[in-house]
Write a protein that binds this ligand. Structure first.
Ligand code: AMP
Ligand code: MN
Ligand code: MN
Ligand code: MN
Length: 293
């Protein structure tokens, strides 16, 4: 029983790393990867919790990148957390994220939504629990805080600017809206090179989320493979068996390993059930990763 794509409160998930691990255990997960957006800050805490819960943890991250003008997410699995090249890459991602958050706030200000950077940052700090641990000033100083679009969505609701987070994405933050900025991310091949240098496997995350035509998805997979990508998420959250079979056949055709993950963010999102993952079709070759932390 595996789940190789999950988020904690160190990025935009609602559970802290310890609670994520114990929930995974209680849902029957045996092999878990914590794959927070552009950070590995939750891994050491998750590792301690995994040992206590007798669960195997695989190192993970979900790196933001750009391919052909679209935002593409690359999951890294099974890397060395001390790799200087990966650590340097993560530092750059965090700086890009911070800069992006400021740009999002400037754009939202033009719509009359004020102080959204401060608002989103306060929500990210509260959720990460840094206040309770007395670590907030260190996190801000070292630019280690992950501010993601869901934090902006939550602030827009909190400030009374929109009715729901769903509406915030639909009108301001989602694909093609003013708060959707991709130009800040490195090329897909760059983040794959970081993962490779750290001994990890690069996985193309949720290939059906990009809403590409069949020919464009094939072009993405061709380029992904050419620059060292090794696996694709044949299963991402809840999907139909037709969708699973479609991606499984593509994985087979392109000679890519198959990964599977819930993309869990919160117990409130029923469609991202932790460990609620169907079986990989028999033609799939499961991604070869081993517990590393
Ligand atoms: P970011 O990494 O800052 O670009 O934020 C992306 C995250 O926003 C994703 O990982 C999801 O958790 C969330 N997200 C993206 N699109 C939507 C949407 N339409 N509705 C709700 N959440 C979304
Ligand atoms: Mn997310
Ligand atoms: Mn993603
Ligand atoms: Mn994700």
């Amino acid at each position: 029983m595996i789940d190789f794509h999950t988020h904690s409160s160190m990025s935009d998930g609602s559970l802290n790393p310890e609670d994520l691990v114990s929930r995974a255990k209680s849902h029957g997960v045996e092999y878990l990867a914590l794959t927070d957006h552009d950070t590995i800050d939750g891994l050491s805490r998750a590792s301690i919790a995994a040992k206590k819960n007798d669960l195997h943890l695989i190192t993970g991250i979900e790196l933001s990148s750009e391919w052909s003008g679209i935002g593409v997410h690359i999951v890294g699995l099974g890397f060395d957390v001390n790799s200087p090249i990966l650590l340097g890459g993560i530092k750059r991602q965090k700086q890009a994220r911070l800069h992006r958050a400021q740009t999002i706030a400037e754009r939202l200000a033009k719509k009359g939504f004020l102080n959204t950077f401060e608002g989103a940052r306060a929500i990210a700090m509260k959720q990460s629990g840094c206040e309770a641990r007395g670590e907030c000033s260190d996190m801000l100083e070292s630019e280690n805080l992950i501010i993601a679009r869901p934090h902006f969505a939550q602030y827009l609701v909190q400030a009374g600017y929109v009715k729901s987070e769903k509406a915030a994405f639909k009108r301001y933050l989602g694909a093609g809206k003013i708060g959707d900025i991709k130009s800040c991310w490195p090329e897909m091949q760059t983040v794959i090179a970081w993962i490779k240098a750290s001994g990890g496997v690069s996985v193309l995350a949720h290939p059906l989320h990009y809403k590409l035509t069949n020919s464009k998805l094939r072009r993405l997979m061709t380029d992904f493979k050419a620059v060292g990508g090794e696996a694709v998420e044949v299963i991402s959250g809840r999907q139909t068996s037709e969708q699973t079979d479609y991606v499984a056949k593509l994985a087979d055709e392109f000679g890519l390993f198959a990964s599977a993950g819930s993309d869990f963010h919160s117990p409130d999102f029923a469609w991202q059930g932790l460990g609620k993952i169907g079986k990989l079709p028999s033609l799939c070759r499961p991604v070869p990763v081993y517990p590393t932390v």
